[in-house]
Design a protein around this ligand. Structure first.
Ligand SMILES: [Mg+2]
Length: 237
């Protein structure tokens, strides 16, 4: 394992404590949107069902499953309304995961390039980035819009190429095995899974989703690097 020239981070539940701050509100707003779009139940019943589905399998496609269970006059429109509400929620109150600022500062102080690759509704993701106050650390930020699908491989390859680097010089850090971990592995980057948040209980579907390393807290990333003293003093770990 070599010290990377670039680390590409995921945002939600990697740098942002999405699950601990805004996830419950996003779920509630998604349920309300489903009911407003004709889901044949009450928001309370739908919320209980949502909890059952997600507690059993955090990666289950809960919006289509809710529409399937309760029914709606236009199922596709109902799912779409739920998705818009879930991913387009108000990012107010989102916070960084513990140690995020210190970790990014320490990595930047080592001269490692930092980039951010995230998926969702553009305006919401931009609001989250601004609210977290972490954007100053990133030389590159890329948001994959919800409408364009969730595959991160192409965007990741482009970001690495635009930085003038190759995947073997890059680390990919994220929380979702089928998301950025799979994309990073596919390209040959070194992958680090932060096992926390919304998808903490999700096991890799196969070796293609298995990260090279798994950590429980973001600052543990610093322990994986071989630190050399810097001019202004030891790194803040
Ligand atoms: Mg994530």
């Amino acid at each position: 394992m070599r010290v990377p020239k670039l680390i590409v981070f995921d945002l939600d539940d990697t740098l942002a404590d999405t699950a601990g701050t805004i996830l419950a509100r996003a779920e509630r707003e998604a349920v309300e949107a489903l009911v407003a779009q004709g889901l044949r139940t009450t928001p309370e019943e739908a919320s209980i069902a949502l909890r059952e589905i997600r507690d059993r399998d955090c990666a289950a496609p809960f919006l289509p499953l809710l529409v399937e269970r309760f029914g709606a006059p236009d199922p596709a429109a109902c799912v779409a309304a739920g998705r818009r509400a879930f991913f387009g929620n108000d990012a107010r109150g989102i916070r960084p995961v513990p140690g995020a600022t210190e970790t990014l500062a320490a990595l930047a102080a080592r001269g490692i390039g930092l980039a951010l690759l995230t998926f969702g509704v553009r305006a919401t993701q931009e609001r989250k980035i601004a609210e977290l106050g972490l954007d100053r650390f990133f030389s590159r930020v890329r948001i994959i819009d919800l409408a364009l699908g969730s595959d991160k491989t192409i965007a990741l390859a482009e970001m690495i190429r635009e930085a003038g680097l190759t995947p073997v010089e890059t680390w990919v850090v994220g929380d979702r095995p089928p998301g950025e971990i799979r994309a990073g592995r596919e390209l040959g980057a070194f992958t680090v899974r932060l096992r926390r948040g919304e998808f903490a209980s999700l096991d890799p579907a196969g070796p293609e989703e298995e990260a090279d390393r798994t950590i429980d807290t973001l600052p543990a990333l610093l322990d994986m690097l071989c630190w050399q003293p810097v001019a202004e003093g030891p790194p803040r770990a």
